[in-house]
Ligand binder design. Structure first.
Ligand code: NAD
Length: 350
């Protein structure tokens, strides 16, 4: 019997609307001979919709998205410096709302220097690791505020929230993931200075690692982690870290692993109570939007991660193989447009 998977599609703004159709093209090519059918539910959300209608993420649409099994997301955001967007945070109103309300507490971002990809670290650089970034707490929790705003005595706070519950569940996810990989977890924080939240991370690390004696565990301060990421990235297998450190480290990881056009991610509710969301790490890239030149590979690899989550790992692997072959061939293909890359990847799957 054919399995029907309701899928929310949120292309968003700018190049999000160019790369998501290519990801869908490749998704269909990878699954067309399987007993699986994607029922697509399109949502027009993002800064363009907000400027048109004033809606960021209406509750009715939130309820419809909640009925789906997964979300394929492009990117949102307008042109930095646009005066109409002063004081507007689409990240908070849309992206973080989806992550928080759907309790997507694992933000998973793989970093792999693939054969055929030239890394900024130079020839021969090796990296194959996954960053497990906590997705619902830390400095992004929204706790804080401004007192005496607009006066010379203004006081702003942004609280880095860490709960035992939140740290324990993401730490457990990282250790379980390491068991399926090379068996090594690196915990990253800054517990020499952030003694309260860092202390909690440390005690949860001790608790959880005691339950996984087969997993090798080490700890790095976040500043030291940036050095190791560019000098010895091969030392990492699974990195687990808080929301803010993870955001920064994964941009660095993306840069060393072939650039922003290849960096994929998943915001995951491992308990599957809510839809998980799969999205390229990049933004809406207003500087190249509308030109048909954005690389859709990050969106395609995000769709492959979505297939893994939907327990269609074989099809996810087929997409990753097609991407690897396409990257190998890039030296001889010359510059290609967004749709050409999507067509080439789909052709490798049919
Ligand atoms: P960006 O990721 O959109 O672009 C950074 C640079 O990378 C640009 O020069 C862009 O042309 C290039 N680039 C990005 N993706 C590419 C691709 N697939 N192929 C080729 N080149 C690519 O970051 P930004 O310029 O800082 O932000 C632009 C807007 O996107 C802002 O409004 C920002 O808030 C938003 N943003 C959204 C998300 C998201 O939706 N998850 C993430 C980051 C930024």
């Amino acid at each position: 019997m054919t399995r029907t998977i309701p899928l929310a599609v949120i292309p968003g703004d700018g190049i999000g609307r160019e790369v998501v159709p290519e990801a869908l093209k490749v998704l269909h090519a990878a699954t067309e001979h399987e007993d699986v059918a994607f029922e697509l539910h399109d949502f027009d959300l993002g800064i363009d919709r907000y400027l048109r209608t004033g809606d960021m993420l209406p509750d009715a649409e939130m309820r419809q998205i909640a009925q789906t099994e997964a979300i394929l997301f492009g990117a949102v955001g307008g042109r930095p410096g646009d005066p109409r967007l002063a004081g507007i945070s689409i990240e908070r109103g849309l992206l973080l709302r989806l992550r928080f309300d759907f309790d997507q507490y694992v933000n998973l971002r793989p970093a792999l220097i693939r054969p055929g990809v030239s890394s900024v670290l130079g020839p021969g650089a090796r990296a194959d690791f996954v960053v497990v970034r906590e997705g619902t707490e830390g400095a992004y929790s929204g706790s804080g505020g401004v007192l005496r705003e607009g006066t010379p005595n203004a006081v702003a706070t942004e609280v880095a929230l860490a709960t035992h519950h939140g740290v324990e569940r993401v730490m457990r996810f990282a250790f379980d993931l390491a068991r399926r990989r090379r068996g090594r977890v690196t915990v990253v924080h800054k517990n020499n200075v952030l003694v309260h939240s860092g202390g909690l991370w440390q005690s949860v690390q001790d608790e959880v690692s005691a339950r996984y004696p087969d997993i090798e565990v080490d700890y790095l301060h976040v500043d030291a982690a940036t050095i190791h990421l560019v000098t010895t990235p091969e030392r990492f297998d699974v990195i687990v870290t808080d929301n803010l450190f993870g955001d920064i480290l994964t941009d660095l990881a993306g840069a060393i692993a072939g650039g922003i056009g290849l960096a994929a991610s998943g915001s995951i509710d491992p308990e599957r109570r809510y839809p998980s969301m799969f999205e390229p790490v990049h933004g809406s890239a207003p500087d190249i939007a509308g030109q048909g030149v954005a690389d859709p590979t990050a969106a395609v690899l995000s769709a492959a991660m979505m297939l893994d989550h939907l327990e269609l790992r074989g099809q996810g692997d087929r997409i990753r193989d097609a991407v690897a072959a396409d990257l190998d061939a890039r030296a001889s293909t010359g510059p290609r447009g967004t749709a050409e890359v999507g067509d080439a990847l789909a052709a490798r799957l049919t």
